[in-house]
Design a protein around this ligand. Structure first.
Ligand code: BGC
Length: 553
């Protein structure tokens, strides 16, 4: 590759930031965030050090599932601005070196979508076959219901059509019929449309569910993979350098299949890892994390896991055992309002009782386990949540910019805000906001910014290096080496809330010096005996290992 040529593997070195346009900044005082507002806040994101924004759905929608119910795939929700505003935003993001990907909802549409409206009123319309209809609600009975709290079946009776229609999510989100070539073609056109406008890729929503086959779970079917490979081929051919990130909340071997032979997704969320990080923390035992990383590696060379701690959804517990789920509920969701479907609807800081050491340690893991770190807006501030708002809205409240009215998010009358700002005394926006945290050198925001900077400096090792877990008798301590060629980073975490000690055997590094990576502090040389550490509650260290002949520094 010549100097200055775009790097097709850019996503492996990136830090992603998930952001909802609606929630970030309101430029026209209507109580709803918009593209001109997001554009005004790009400098904040550049300063934070992230490289790629993932936008939640911004298309026209009745917003019964916060935009994952799309009514018009080719237009922007007018509350968020115009297509021109979106183009200006993209231009300004690109000018600052930021990539932008957006949600692509392929599996289903809103029942308000004209495609569905036409299909239901006219059985003869070609659109009828764009959806999955049946005279009974007993077909595909081996398929689980995902939104267990609200849906009793994957079939809903449509009195206008006089038939049932199939839906894997809400009853107002009919699934598209991917057996119909016209549907497949239309979705390719949607992909082309937005990539031509200038997006750098998509976070592809709910990809396991595209096809249905009797006698199966209707998830991860070969037909689904085949179509997704067609999308990838299209992107590689017509928009090289764009990335596809899979949302497939599945068991390890099923998620790994979405990488294909480097011909399907470049990235997939590491759903199996996420709940196990939280489990290991409260069990004070590294086993769950070590096991799952071993099960989710290796992956094809050009691919990458997207690692996250929290996102806009509930902390999903679909892919853990019943016993593990009970443990998680007991530890993290004692109040019934904290639960939703098979998950926990809380933000990162409240989940860990706002414990600073734990928050730092979790970020240490997020930024050093193999994969691309994905941050959820506001978590860098330690934003709180509101469990009394419905659905998942409690983790989707306005970004907190300053101690001013509406947390500086909007100049609208407070009653107009799409969601109230967080006023819980422990997380009140008056103290927890960008302005206040930027003033305080010890704030979480300042610390996260610094960690991002260090991560970029350690990028070749952390972005591409191998991982080797170190087997030490104290299971409260998680330790691994990230290595790339002769460069090594030793990462050590105390998962427990009490101080602990650990002895790590590192015979091959006899004579090397561990240099603490966040401060540059050299530690005593490694000798022949196991290296001895003491770690405070939830403490962590990253050490660059300096060879005996390397100059100090
Ligand atoms: C999204 C959810 C949404 C669901 C249905 C998910 O995977 O992340 O927010 O409710 O898809 O579209």
């Amino acid at each position: 590759m010549s100097a200055g040529a775009p790097d097709p593997l850019w996503y492996r070195k990136a830090i992603f930031y998930e952001v909802s346009v609606k929630s970030f900044f309101d430029s026209n005082a209507d109580g709803i965030g918009d593209f001109p507002g997001l554009t005004q806040k790009l400098e904040y994101l550049v300063d934070l050090g992230v490289n790629c924004l993932w936008l939640l759905p911004f298309y026209r929608s009745p917003l019964k599932d916060d935009g994952y119910d799309i009514a018009d795939y080719y237009n922007i929700n007018p509350d968020y601005g115009t297509l021109e505003d979106f183009q200006t935003f993209l231009h300004e993001a690109h000018r600052r070196g930021l990539k932008v990907i957006a949600d692509l909802v392929m599996n289903h549409v809103s029942d308000q979508c004209p495609w569905f409206q036409e299909a239901r009123v006219n059985p003869k319309s070609p659109k009828r076959d764009w959806f999955v209809w049946s005279d009974t609600d007993r077909k595909y009975s081996g398929t689980r219901v995902i939104f267990l709290d609200t849906e009793r079946s994957n079939w809903t009776w449509d009195p206008v059509a006089g038939q049932y229609f199939w839906h894997r999510f809400y009853g107002h989100q009919p699934d598209l019929n991917y057996d119909n070539p016209a549907v497949r073609e239309e979705m390719k056109n949607v992909v082309r449309f937005w990539l031509k406008v200038g997006l750098d890729g998509f976070r592809c929503d709910a990809v396991p569910y595209l096809f249905e086959r009797e006698g199966t779970s209707c998830e991860n079917l070969p037909e689904t993979h085949a179509f997704l490979k067609e999308i990838r081929a299209l992107v590689d051919r017509e928009f090289p350098g764009c990335v596809l990130l899979a949302e497939a909340n599945q068991w390890p071997s099923d998620v790994k299949a979405y990488f294909g032979q480097e011909d399907e997704f470049q990235m997939a969320f590491n759903f199996p890892l996420m709940p196990r990080i939280f489990m290991a923390l409260r069990k004070e035992d590294r086993t769950a994390v070590v096991d799952i990383i071993q099960q989710t590696l290796p992956i094809p060379k050009s691919c990458a896991w997207g690692i996250f701690l929290r996102n806009h959804d509930e902390l999903t517990l679909e892919m853990v055992t019943d016993e593990e789920r009970d443990f998680m509920y007991h530890e993290y969701a004692r109040h019934p309002k904290m639960r939703l479907n098979l998950g926990i609807r809380r933000r990162l800081a409240p989940l860990v009782d706002d414990d600073r050491a734990t928050l730092e340690m979790l970020h240490g893991l997020l930024f050093s386990l193999p994969g691309v770190p994905i941050l959820y807006y506001g978590d860098e501030l330690g934003m709180g949540d509101n469990i009394y708002l419905g659905d998942r809205n409690g983790v989707r409240t306005p970004m907190q910019w300053s101690p001013d009215r509406n947390a500086g998010f909007s100049r609208a009358d407070t009653e107009l805000l799409y969601n109230p700002v967080i006023v819980n005394p422990n997380f009140h926006y008056e103290a927890r906001n960008v302005e206040a945290e930027m003033r305080l050198p010890t704030s979480l925001l300042r610390w996260v910014r610094y960690l991002i900077q260090v991560r970029h400096e350690l990028d070749p090792i952390l972005g591409e290096g191998e991982i080797r877990f170190l087997d030490l008798p104290n299971r409260k301590v998680l330790a691994y080496l990230r290595s790339r060629g002769s460069e090594h980073l030793l990462c050590v975490y105390n998962l427990s809330k009490s101080p602990t000690a650990a002895e790590i055997s590192l015979p091959e590094f006899n004579g090397w010096t561990p240099v603490e990576a966040l401060s540059g502090t050299p530690f005593p040389k490694i000798g022949e005996l196991p290296y001895f550490f003491t770690l405070g509650p939830h403490a962590f260290f990253w050490f660059r290992l300096q060879g005996p002949h390397e100059p100090a520094g």
